[in-house]
Design a protein around this ligand. Structure first.
Ligand code: ADP
Ligand code: MG
Length: 173
């Protein structure tokens, strides 16, 4: 097991899981147990294919798909428009199912690869929250655009608002 990350709440290991790479995320014993909540959210998100697949869930650790790719920061440099579309679409899907991620400002939680954009770390996420991901994402990554009209529409009607946002982004190069 190779430790690749140590946070104050947990540890991340890159492991060999039946011949393929996987991530083991373990919660430190002294910390409140959020790993089961994260497991539950990953399980709920599975059909949407926007987060790592959950392989195993245990009391204080989970095993999940290893997402290999580049961060949102790098993806934005390579192709701003498609990276924004892909990440915003994830935010819209999360809003639609009522999962509030709460850490979208950390660009390294978005991983982009040939399989598209995906999102990590649902440890602090909240279930059953009216969607705030899209609006938060705009606040972090699209502050330079004037999207007041689209934002107002999104608050009234998320589906229409999302379509308006996509059209507004389409003018970007
Ligand atoms: N499924 C995964 N695939 C690839 N890298 C991962 C995965 N899960 C975690 N990581 C890496 O480990 C780091 C920490 O994981 P994260 O879930 O964000 O832990 P924490 O909740 O402690 O911040 C991530 O920023 C990422 O670099
Ligand atoms: Mg994190």
């Amino acid at each position: 097991m190779q430790k690749i990350f140590e946070g104050n709440r947990g540890e991340i290991y890159l492991i060999d899981y039946h011949g393929k790479r996987a991530i083991l995320k373990r919660q430190k014993a002294s910390k409140p147990n959020t790993i089961q909540k994260e497991a539950n959210i990953l399980y709920l998100l599975e059909p949407l294919q926007i987060a790592p697949k959950l392989y195993e869930a245990h009391k204080d650790y989970i095993i999940m798909e290893y997402l290999e790719g580049i961060s949102l920061k790098e993806a934005l440099k390579r192709d701003r428009k498609s990276a924004l579309f892909a990440a915003l679409r994830i935010c819209f899907m999360l809003d639609s199912v009522g999962i509030y991620h709460r850490e979208l400002g950390r660009y390294y939680h978005f991983i982009y690869s040939s399989e598209g954009m995906r999102l990590l770390d649902f440890e602090r996420a909240q279930l059953g929250k009216r969607g705030k991901n899209v609006l938060q994402f705009i606040g972090f990554y699209l502050r330079d655009l004037d999207l007041q009209k689209e934002i107002a529409l999104y608050k009234r009607d998320p589906k229409e608002g999302f379509e308006a946002l996509v059209r507004a982004l389409d003018v970007l190069r």
